[in-house]
Design a protein around this ligand. Sequence first.
Ligand code: ZN
Ligand code: ZN
Length: 346
Amino acid sequence: MRAVVFAAPGRVEVDEVPSPAIEEPTDALVRVTRAAICGSDLHFLHGKTPTAPGAVLGHEAVGVVENAGAEVASTQTGERVVVSFAVACGVCWFCVHEQTNLCERAAVFGAGPFGGDLAGTQAEMVRVPWADVNLLGVPDAVDDDRAIFAGDVLTTGYHAATLAEARPGDVVAVLGAGPLGWSCAASLRALGVERVFLLDREPSRLALASAIGSVPVHVGERSAESALAEATDDRGADVVIDAVGSVEAYRSAMTVVRRGGRVVVAGVYAGESVELQLGVAWARSLDVRFTGVCPVHRHWREVMRLLEAGTLDPLPLVSDRVRLDDAPAGYDRFDRRLATKVLIEP
Ligand SMILES: [Zn+2]
Ligand SMILES: [Zn+2]
């Protein structure tokens, strides 16, 4: 089969690779009808996260079940499904307690040896372990282009939005209007939060913010602090979501939040560190929460329901569509920040 593979740092290729097979009775094979390129794929492209040359990349997919192992009960051949980017076993203590992101056998598709060594989804076919847990049926009313978002970024944004625990009337600031920030803001709106501010310095991203009823703030033109102070009689935001994952964004979140407010850290961190003034955080009575990898399985049914109802519509995020053979060009545009979301059609 054809698949997008890592070639060398800075280079991906489309190659012929062996087709996957059922290895465990709990596996399913999914024929991919839609895959996507995501921000975290760039870490592999640039060799920042190790993966072997020839490894199939990608972790987002919608498709049709081609074959299911003998112990797979909840899905069958021919069903349209979305794949969870994060794989969980469904039976360990963490899975049973809905913290599937902390699963003892956690893995991520196409994420190299530290991600569990699973072949990725940017391919004609993908093997999905524990298919009963990691596949969700897609209703007819939800097309592939929308359904794929339930398996990753939209559900991740929804998770952060639930951790925000915003009350009616609260002012919520979302730092970063990329696909994650947009998903946080759209989910907050879907959860009934009326005053959502979306902060970025990219005009095209801010235009998408207005379309979902959130207030765009261009942080190149004015400071986040003054924008939120103005909206809250100088108190600061009730809740701030860091949807960037940079030291600068984290510091900004801790500054923009009011006394007694909440910070939700949703952006991805690895080796960064910051000095936390414990006395200041204590005296300001701050509630700081880290999302970690999203426990997709906790929220994706609800997200799919919101997609089916049309309450959430992530299609405006899609900037590019490429055929599988043209995926390297999609990576290139994404890497040069010319694309917000690239869909791949095998
Ligand atoms: Zn992703
Ligand atoms: Zn588990």
